[in-house]
Design a protein. Structure first.
Length: 170
């Protein structure tokens, strides 16, 4: 049995010293794998730290085999999640900021109608799902709701908006 595998088995049995050995033998490889995805030194360091915390927390789910592959899979998944999260950050142009400024605009009557008449949570869900095209799962994470809660509030907001638009003859 390889030394790294022995360290994993020892950590699984509760030997905390084994964690230091695992880190010492793998941290460079993990860092370079994460850095290759993120291209940001500080973010890579943060993700490496999160990866080793996850390794420590989930050691009981480790199955004998390839300890490096297991650590790298955890680190790579965390790095990809961070990369995707960063991709979603949108730098708003001035005209997009106007949507949320409260000033009525001629080219966005439905958005103005929704902003004036919907509760804040329903309006935000509507904007994220319909205008920004976020998936309901992503909106659920952002709003700290269940996916079914987001779906229900979105449908309710759309129903209200349909009635309001019909009344306003838009």
């Amino acid at each position: 049995m390889a030394k790294l595998e022995k360290s994993f088995q020892a950590l699984k049995k509760g030997d905390e010293r084994a964690f230091s050995e695992i880190y010492r033998k793998t941290h460079r490889l993990v860092y370079y794998t994460v850095y290759q995805i993120l291209k940001d030194e500080e973010a890579a360091k943060d993700i490496v730290q999160d990866a080793y915390l996850r390794v420590h927390k989930k050691i009981s789910s480790y199955r004998s085999g390839s300890p490096k592959a297991w650590i790298l899979t955890i680190a790579r998944n965390l790095a990809i999640n961070e990369y995707n999260r960063r991709k979603r950050v949108v730098f708003l142009e001035e005209e997009k900021i106007d949507y949320f400024s409260g000033k009525p605009r001629k080219d966005t009557p439905l958005i103005d109608l929704a902003a004036k008449n919907l509760p804040e949570d329903e309006f935000m869900i509507l904007m994220l799902c319909v205008c920004e095209r976020y998936k309901r799962r992503e909106v659920a994470e952002i709003m700290k709701l269940s996916v079914s809660g987001v779906t229900w509030k979105l449908n309710r907001a759309l129903d209200k908006l349909r009635k309001l638009a019909k009344e306003a003859e838009l």
